[in-house]
Design a protein around this ligand. Structure first.
Ligand code: HEM
Length: 195
């Protein structure tokens, strides 16, 4: 791969990762709202949430691998694995590493949810509220395209979408009268599946 192709791939995959991650966060929040209609059953929201989360990881791996092997940045693998160890844009790349590692923890604990139980899984899943803004900050801080009109539009749409979903969650989440019973039921199912 030529150097400029690697560089464009890093940038493109970074932007696609941010769009996917924001969509995953929005769908995750919407799934807690139990929204559905005859044309959009609830399992579509949860199914999309899961599959897009896995696709986000695929694009992030592409983003990271092309950034590391690009001779222009000459990052080295340690910079992609150990937060704030990069000589290049130490702070911004460190935030990217933290975001990626949090996302790995969130996805893997979701795949192992049956063994971990609902409480542990949920506590770790809440880290999404840290992983998403840290990833967005990383992109804003280090992106070549940050101030390009198209990238500003993408970042603005992602921030607005997630912001609106969080406001919806905060203003309607506490009103679910069945939430405690659902949590107890899920914990019982998780314990049973883990046996
Ligand atoms: C180990 C973790 C990561 C590494 C080593 C890494 C590396 C990089 C590098 C080198 C750039 C600079 C590209 C440029 O200057 O245009 C960049 C930009 C970017 N990264 Fe990451 N990244 C990581 C994780 C993430 C995560 C988790 C996200 C999640 C959204 C993300 C999204 C972005 C975005 C949106 C850009 C800006 C692209 C642009 O404006 O051209 N990155 N990343």
């Amino acid at each position: 791969m030529s150097n400029s192709l690697l560089w464009y791939t890093t940038r493109g995959a970074g932007a696609v990762s941010m769009i996917l991650l924001s969509t995953v966060v929005i769908l995750g929040i919407l799934s807690t709202q139990r929204l559905q209609s005859p044309g959009w059953p609830r399992f579509l929201t949860t199914g999309l949430h899961r599959n897009l989360a896995l696709m986000t990881l695929v694009f992030l791996v592409l983003h990271i691998v092309t950034a590391v092997v690009d001779p222009f940045t000459n990052l080295g693998w340690a910079a992609a694995l150990i937060p704030f160890s990069s000589y290049y844009r130490t702070l911004w790349l460190g935030l990217g590493v933290i975001s990626f590692e949090l996302l790995l923890a969130i996805v893997f604990t979701s795949l192992l949810r049956g063994y971990l139980g609902h409480r542990v899984w949920r506590a770790i899943h809440w880290l999404t509220y840290a992983a998403w803004p840290v990833g967005v900050l990383h992109g804003l801080g280090t992106g070549t395209d940050t101030w390009a009109a198209w990238m500003l539009a993408i970042t603005g749409a992602c921030v607005a979408g997630v912001g609106i979903a969080i406001v919806m969650r905060l203003t309607s989440g506490a009103t679910d009268p069945l939430a405690p019973s659902r949590t107890a039921f899920r914990s019982a199912v998780d314990r049973r599946e883990a046996r």
